[in-house]
Design a protein around this ligand. Structure first.
Ligand code: MCA
Ligand code: AMP
Length: 493
């Protein structure tokens, strides 16, 4: 049995999950996932890496479904609850999923697609009563999960991790951050990305700890929990810390004191998924006494670099490689520059690194240099620690911790009848890290931007919809005709 799930039996009577005001034990999780697995198998011995997509909000049912897919030998493909139908359809088609598990809220949305594609569709609430049969033995080298990530191509790619990858990613963090069974963490992150799935949920469950879900991020509710004295850990993207600070700033003096005193009880607060601005780290320290532990990761590699739990946490830096993860910095000529203190691309090797991009052998091969995974992030090794300087591609935007491809948005914008040409960039923003901005070439003098945004929201998740638009006569281009995005950014000033 998969180690993460096997360990659940050691913690049978402890609380694994709190969601929707109910507490669920590890035994309940084992029972529910066993039952769901039996429905998924439908008499088969092993799903043998069939892709099972599931659209279930963060909850006990989400976790039971994820475990069930793994127990039945399938590949878990979590869908994003915020995505419009075309984005969901893309993942379903790209993975050629055969089974769809949904919660009630998404049944009507996805039933027509499931019928059209001849997929088996299950309502998770209907799957909890099946008596146990034998479940397959799933070896560590088998594919376990596909998460979609945006990159330097216009369509997101499926990142495939094996059970071994996942187990290594979990264990290294559990050890580095000293997880234990008495921990309790609040999860307000989406569960279709590594940050929420591995760093928060799976590390908690590996440890016999408790993971409490809130349906979505709301600063007031998160502060209530943080100051309740019940939590020991919290992990979030910098935008969330920014929003928590904004809430604290608006509180009365007495309330500020209460919140600040309450949050001190946690043992660890972590930031990642995007650069943590030093002023945010410092302000959070004055509010909470916590020095946020910043770490660096990527969908393809899980976590690679981390500040120390017990010793130095240096602002603006991402620390050192996690045990078992090898890192080198490589310049444009392919020379390792870590020792010289020059900037170079972060390249990674280790059991944490993913297996492949789903059915994209060329993209997978291109992602490596001499066996090292190329992150596309540029860093320097500064006084004994790594510091991220940025990315080598202007086409990748990080907003609110989400990775967004400028090319994907441009591709959609060009489908609009009024838009002749366009270019999308990320503009620096204190709250979001970057915000998405688009320059449009159009003959329409009074283009209705609100209507355009509405149109875009039907095709793209809201966090990918540009927040700023300008109309230009022509796009800035270099002598080769390529849009110069660095120049374009200044046009938004
Ligand atoms: C939402 N809004 C935005 C954006 N998103 N505005 C600008 N830029 C954005 N990116 C606007 C909405 O349109 C809305 O405005 C208002 O903000 C509130 O929207 P809502 O969706 O309610 O936002 P939120 O709930 O406050 O979301 C903020 C968030 C969310 C909680 C920070 O973005 C989030 O969950 N981010 C985490 C993503 C994540 O987990 N990334 C990890 C992947 P209006 O009211 O005007 O309509 S990276 C990863 O996994 C790697 C491995 C790693 O290293 O961790
Ligand atoms: P994703 O592919 O969505 O998993 O996002 C991974 C990307 O997030 C990395 O390639 C980095 O660009 C960025 N990232 C993650 N953690 C950090 C960090 N601590 N500082 C700067 N960038 C980060």
């Amino acid at each position: 049995m998969i180690e993460l799930i096997k360990r659940g039996a050691h913690f049978a009577n402890r609380t694994a999950i709190i969601s929707n005001q109910s507490a669920y034990s590890y035994q309940q999780l084992l029972n529910a996932s066993d039952s769901i697995a039996n429905y998924l198998l439908k008499g088969k011995k092993d799903l043998e890496e069939e892709r099972v997509v599931f659209l279930v909000p963060p909850s006990f049912e989400y976790v039971a479904t994820q475990w069930a897919i793994w127990r039945a030998g399938g590949i878990a493909v979590p869908l994003c609850t915020l995505h419009p139908l075309p984005s969901l359809q893309y993942v379903i088609e790209d993975t050629e999923a055969t089974i769809l598990v949904v919660s009630e809220d998404y049944k009507a949305l996805l039933t027509p697609l499931a019928k059209e594609r001849n997929m088996r569709l299950f309502l998770v609430a209907d799957l909890l009563d099946k008596p146990s049969v034998d479940l397959p033995t799933v070896s560590l080298d088998r594919r376990a999960m596909i998460l979609y990530t945006s990159g330097t191509t216009n369509l997101p790619k499926g990142v495939v991790t094996t059970h071994q990858n996942i187990q290594f990613q979990i264990e290294t963090l559990v050890n580095a951050w000293e997880w234990e069974k008495d921990d309790r963490i609040l999860n307000i992150l989406p569960l279709h990305h590594v940050h929420g799935i591995i760093n928060v949920l799976s590390c908690a469950l590996w440890s016999g700890a408790c993971c409490e879900f809130l349906p979505k991020f709301e600063a007031e509710k998160v502060w209530q929990k943080l100051s309740s004295g019940q939590l020991t850990l919290f992990m979030a993207v910098p935008t969330i810390y920014f929003k928590l600070i904004a809430f604290w700033d608006k509180a009365t003096a007495t309330e500020k004191e209460r919140l600040s005193n309450g949050v001190k009880a946690l043992r660890l607060m972590v930031s990642g998924s995007a650069a943590l601005p030093v002023p945010v780290l410092e302000k959070w320290r004055t509010i909470s006494t916590h020095t946020l532990l910043e770490r660096y990761g990527m969908t393809e590699i899980g976590m690679a670099l981390s500040n120390a739990y017990r010793t130095e946490r240096r602002p603006g830096h991402v620390g050192l490689p996690l045990p078992g993860v090898a890192i080198r910095l490589v310049d444009a000529e392919g020379k390792d520059v870590k020792a010289t203190g020059e900037p170079g691309e972060i390249q990674i090797k280790g059991p944490n690194v993913f297996k492949e991009y789903w059915r994209k052998p060329q993209a997978t091969a291109d992602a490596y240099m001499d066996g090292w995974f190329r992150s596309g992030d540029v860093a320097i090794f500064n006084d004994g620690m790594f510091k991220i300087l940025g990315r080598d591609s202007v086409d990748i935007i990080k907003s609110g911790g989400y990775k967004i491809s400028a090319l994907e948005i441009e591709d959609i914008l060009r489908r609009h009848p009024a838009i002749k040409e366009c270019a999308v960039v990320g503009l620096a923003d204190k709250e979001w890290g970057e915000i998405v901005a688009a320059s449009l070439i159009t003959d329409e003098k009074d283009l209705d931007f609100d209507a355009l945004k509405k149109w875009l929201k039907e095709l793209l998740p809201a966090y990918k919809v540009p927040r700023k638009f300008i109309i230009q006569e022509e796009l800035p281009r270099n002598t080769l005709g390529k849009v110069t995005k660095k120049v374009l950014k200044s046009a938004f000033d």
